[in-house]
Write a protein that binds this ligand. Structure first.
Ligand SMILES: CC(=O)N[C@H]1[C@@H](OP(=O)(O)OP(=O)(O)OC[C@H]2O[C@@H](n3ccc(=O)[nH]c3=O)[C@H](O)[C@@H]2O)O[C@H](CO)[C@@H](O)[C@@H]1O
Ligand SMILES: C=C(OP(=O)(O)O)C(=O)O
Length: 421
C-alpha cells in the first residue's frame, strides 16, 4: 500500500500563492537553536516532514519543543542531554548533520549516525569534518557513527576548497563558542547562511561577513534566547513561478525576496515569460509566443540554484529548439529526466549535461519522485500533461513543500492523493 499523488493536467492556474518559510534555512535554524541554554521561538516554520523529523531528534535530546501555532515553534534546550544520535530519524534527512556542529560547539562532543537526505550522487561531508578538525576536534567513524571530540575548540583560519553551504553552516555553529577568532574563507554566500548567522547573532554570537565569502566568528562564552522569523523559501518560490510560467495567464507569487531568485527570473525572461516584479511578489503573465530555448549552468548563489534546475527542466520541454542544462553542483542530478521522458519529453542526459529538445507534448503516466526536486519537476509536468499523472514516492516531495495540496488546489489545479496497492 502506498500513497501517490494524482494530477489531472491541462487546467489553467490563476490567483495568488503565499510562499512559506525556507526549508533549507529551517533545517539548520532548528539545530542552531540548541546551541544556547534558553528558549528560542521561530516564526514562519514550514509544515514539512523534515521539520517533523528534526522535532523527533530534538525530543530525543530532551529538548522541549512546542508548536505554538501552525507556523511557530518554541524550542527550549534548558534540560538538553547530549545523547548519541543514532535513531532512524537521523537518516531521514541530510540536515541532521547540523547537529554535529551544534553539539560539538556546545559540548565538545557529538556522536551521530550518517545523515540521510536526497540522493543526488555522492554527497561528501569531508569539508565539514576538516573544518571541525581545524578547530581542534578529533573525529572517528565507528559502526556507522561519527564521533567528534574536542577538549577545547580554538578559533582557526579555514579555507573551504568548495563553497559548501552545509560545511559553512556546520563550521560556523561549531565555532560560535571556540576560543578566539575563526575565519572561514571561500564561505558559501547563500541567503540561508545569512539567516542562520542572524539567528545566532540574536542569540549573542559574534559573526561578521555573512553574505560574503569571508565569515568571521569571534567566540563567545554564552548564548541567550531570542525569537526569529525565517526567510521565505526561494526554491518553493521558484517552483510556483515555474508552474505559473507553464500554466497561468496571471498568477501572483507573494511573500518572496525577488533578489534571492534573480538568476531564475532572468532566465524566465530570456525564454519569453512576461512578469512584473514587486518588492515582495512576482506576477507571472505566461507567454504569448512559443518559449525560446536556453542554456543553464547551475552555480552557487547568486548563480542559478541547483535545486531549481529540475523543475526548470520541465518548463524547457516546451521551448522550441534545444536547451542545455549543465549541472555543476551535483553532476548526477538528472534522474527527473528519465521520468520526464516517460511522459513524452525528449531529454538526452550526458552527465553533467541534459540536452532538452522541444517542444514536446507531455502525457500523464505513472512516474517516480526519485528525490525532492525531481518530485517538483514531476508536479509541474503533471499540471501541463494531457490526462492523469500518478507520482510515486511522494515522501520526497513532502520533505520540502508546505501545504502543497491546498496551495495547488487553490490555484485551480486538479490534484489529489490516493492510496494504491
Ligand atoms: C552550492 C549549492 O548549490 N548548494 C546547495 C546544496 O547544498 P548542500 O549543503 O547539499 O551542498 P553543499 O553546498 O554543501 O555542496 C556543494 C558542493 O560541494 C561538495 N561538497 C560539499 C561538502 C563537502 O564536505 N564536500 C564536498 O565535496 C558537494 O558534493 C557539492 O558538489 O544543496 C542544498 C539543498 O539541495 C541547496 O539548498 C544548496 O544551495
Ligand atoms: C536536495 C534537497 O534537500 P536536502 O539537501 O535536504 O536533501 C533540496 O532541498 O533540494
Amino acid at each position: 500500500m502506498e500513497e501517490v499523488i494524482k494530477i489531472e493536467g491541462g487546467h489553467r492556474l490563476h490567483g495568488t500563492v503565499r510562499i512559506s518559510g525556507s526549508k533549507n534555512s529551517t533545517v539548520a535554524l532548528i539545530p542552531a537553536c540548541v546551541l544556547g541554554n534558553a528558549p528560542v521561538t521561530i516564526y514562519g516554520v514550514p509544515n514539512i516532514s523534515d521539520v517533523r523529523s528534526l522535532t523527533v531528534l530534538l525530543r530525543e535530546l530532551n529538548v522541549e519543543v512546542k508548536q505554538i501555532d501552525e507556523e511557530t515553534l518554541y524550542i527550549d534546550p534548558t534540560n538538553m542531554e547530549n545523547i548519541p544520535m543514532v535513531s532512524n530519524a537521523v537518516s531521514k534527512l541530510r540536515a541532521s548533520y547540523y547537529f554535529m556542529g551544534a553539539l560539538l560547539g556546545k559540548y565538545g562532543h557529538a556522536q551521530i549516525k550518517m545523515p540521510g537526505g536526497c540522493y543526488l550522487g555522492p554527497r561528501p561531508i569531508d569539508l565539514h569534518l576538516k573544518g571541525f578538525e581545524a578547530l581542534g576536534a578529533t573525529i572517528t567513524y565507528e559502526h556507522g557513527c561519527y564521533i567528534l571530540h574536542a577538549d577545547e575548540l580554538v578559533g582557526s583560519r579555514i579555507f573551504l576548497d568548495i563553497s559548501s553551504v552545509g560545511a559553512t553552516i556546520n563550521i560556523m555553529m561549531a565555532a560560535v563558542y571556540a576560543k578566539g577568532r575563526t575565519v572561514i574563507e571561500n564561505a558559501a554566500r547563500e541567503p540561508e547562511i545569512i539567516d542562520i548567522a542572524t539567528l545566532l547573532n540574536k542569540m549573542g554570537a559574534k559573526i561578521h561577513g555573512m553574505g560574503t565569502s569571508t565569515l568571521v566568528i569571534d567566540g563567545v562564552q554564552e548564548l541567550k534566547g531570542c525569537s526569529h522569523e525565517i526567510i521565505p523559501d526561494r526554491i518553493e518560490a521558484a517552483t510556483y513561478i515555474i508552474m505559473a510560467a507553464a500554466m497561468a495567464d496571471d498568477m501572483v507569487i507573494e511573500n518572496i525576496i525577488p533578489q534571492h531568485i534573480e538568476a531564475i527570473l532572468m532566465k524566465l525572461e530570456e525564454i519569453g515569460i512576461q512578469m512584473k516584479v514587486g518588492p515582495d511578489f512576482v506576477e507571472i503573465f505566461g507567454s504569448d509566443k512559443e518559449l525560446r530555448p536556453t542554456e543553464i549552468l547551475t552555480k552557487p548563489y547568486p548563480g542559478f540554484a541547483t535545486d531549481v534546475q529540475q523543475p526548470f527542466t520541465t518548463l524547457l520541454t516546451q521551448a522550441k529548439g534545444q536547451s542545455i542544462v549543465t549541472e555543476t553542483i551535483y553532476t548526477e542530478r538528472f534522474k527527473h529526466c528519465n521520468e520526464l521522458n516517460k511522459m513524452g519529453a525528449d531529454i538526452d542526459v550526458r552527465i553533467p549535461n541534459g540536452f532538452i529538445n522541444g517542444p514536446t507534448r507531455l502525457s500523464g503516466t505513472s512516474v517516480v519522485a526519485t528525490d525532492l526536486r525531481c518530485g517538483a519537476a514531476l508536479v509541474v509536468a503533471g499540471l501541463m500533461a494531457d490526462g492523469i499523472t500518478e507520482i510515486h514516492d511522494v515522501y520526497h516531495i513532502d520533505r520540502g513543500y508546505d501545504h502543497l495540496d491546498e496551495k495547488l488546489r487553490s490555484l485551480g489545479a486538479v490534484f489529489w492523493r490516493e492510496i494504491v496497492e
